[in-house]
Design a protein around this ligand. Structure first.
Ligand SMILES: C[S@@+](CC[C@H](N)C(=O)[O-])C[C@H]1O[C@@H](n2cnc3c(N)ncnc32)[C@H](O)[C@@H]1O
Length: 206
């Protein structure tokens, strides 16, 4: 999908669905939350969640005491749903309505970059390049990256658009030589309708 089509698509998804009625719904993003905590980030760590959707990672980070959290999504409908859920806590979160392939993020700002189920929508090489350029610019020199995509055995599309499936080695190659893969695993995500989708989880260090 091109940028403008992608925005229209995602706005429509969240206008039509409840947070719990999407295949990627999980009450907590436990498998990506664990490696975030493993890095033992200080409570003033700058954390950015790319394509937050309506996921509760931001709530869980708040509950652990993290107060410098930025969440980005191309869909204002998704951001509004998350804001509503967070209530007053939302005021302490930085909200960015933007496309990760075109946004300009502040340089060398983030200690941790989190993405669950967003990078795999970038089926055009040019969009993946822009994503990785943004990641490299926005991340601090010793920053960490936690990315989850569909695994090689995962679905070939999600909510309409085709996706690109990845192995840990493919993701490492996308990020480039300056990133070291610390850990990876695959896991069956169970959708709200009881089917399973194989996800890959990777944790990188710059
Ligand atoms: C499958 S959902 C995952 C949501 C959330 N990370 C989770 O795990 O529940 C993908 C999310 O990425 C957002 N998204 C898709 N393409 C994007 C892009 N190019 N830039 C920013 N957000 C994007 C969508 O609006 C959607 O909220």
């Amino acid at each position: 999908l091109r940028s403008t089509d992608s925005k229209t698509h995602w706005e429509n998804v969240y206008k039509q669905k409840n947070a719990t009625d999407v295949t990627w719904y999980a009450p907590h993003l436990a498998t990506t939350f664990r490696p975030i905590l493993d890095t033992k980030p200080s409570l003033d760590a700058e954390i950015i969640d790319i394509g937050v959707g309506t996921s509760t990672l931001v709530d869980d980070l708040w509950d652990r005491g993290f107060r410098r959290v930025t969440v980005l999504d191309v869909s204002s409908a998704a951001l509004n749903m998350a804001k509503k859920r967070l209530g007053r806590r939302a005021n302490a979160v930085q909200w960015l309505e933007a496309d990760i392939t075109t946004v300009q993020l502040p340089r060398a700002t983030h200690d941790l970059w989190h993405d669950r189920a967003v990078f795999h929508f970038l089926t055009r090489e040019i969009d993946r390049k822009k994503y990785v350029e943004n990641l490299k610019d926005a991340l601090k020199p010793a920053g960490r990256v936690v990315i989850s995509t569909f695994a090689l055995e995962g679905p070939t599309c999600c909510s309409g658009p085709n996706v690109m499936r990845h192995s840990a080695e493919m993701l490492r190659a996308e990020l480039g030589k300056e990133f070291e893969l610390l850990n990876s695993l695959t896991e069956n995500h169970v959708t709200p309708w009881g089917s399973t989708q194989k996800f890959l989880y990777c944790h990188f260090k710059r």
